[in-house]
Write a new protein. Structure first.
Length: 131
């Protein structure tokens, strides 16, 4: 090999976020493992998707390892940001999220999906303004 070239491509500014929801698919759940649903929301630049994909929490009925199972699910879905209302108490789940590169943000005031969407717009604006 005579030379190697590296092409740097600037990030698009987009990311994928997740919010844990109650059964009504609107209210934000207070717990990590037992939240019945997960909203997956795409953010493209400063534009937050108004139609999140809401899926069942695959770990909700597991007795052991549910936190890690949910963390792996989020990691495999390429989630970049997870919005929660409380700190996640399961250390193994936190380590798994960290290993997948999921940034956990605690926002106690999140009540509904609309609040989460507004918060994601704020996060996107901060990311876009960062050098």
């Amino acid at each position: 090999i005579d030379s190697v070239g590296i092409e740097l491509i600037p990030p698009s500014g987009g990311f994928t976020a997740a919010v844990l929801l109650e059964s009504d698919s609107n209210n934000v759940a207070d717990t990590f493992v037992t939240a019945p649903r997960v909203a997956i929301i795409g953010v493209d630049g400063a534009r937050v998707s108004t139609q999140p994909e809401v899926v069942p929490n695959p770990a909700v009925r597991l007795a052991a390892g549910a936190g890690v199972h949910l963390a792996v699910f989020l990691g495999r879905r390429s989630i970049d940001v997870l919005l929660v209302t409380k700190n996640i108490a399961d250390d193994d789940a936190c380590q798994t999220l960290q290993a997948y590169g999921v940034e956990v943000q605690v926002h106690p005031s999140l009540a509904g999906l609309t609040d989460a969407t507004r918060e994601l717009a704020t996060i996107a604006a901060r990311r876009a303004a960062a050098p």
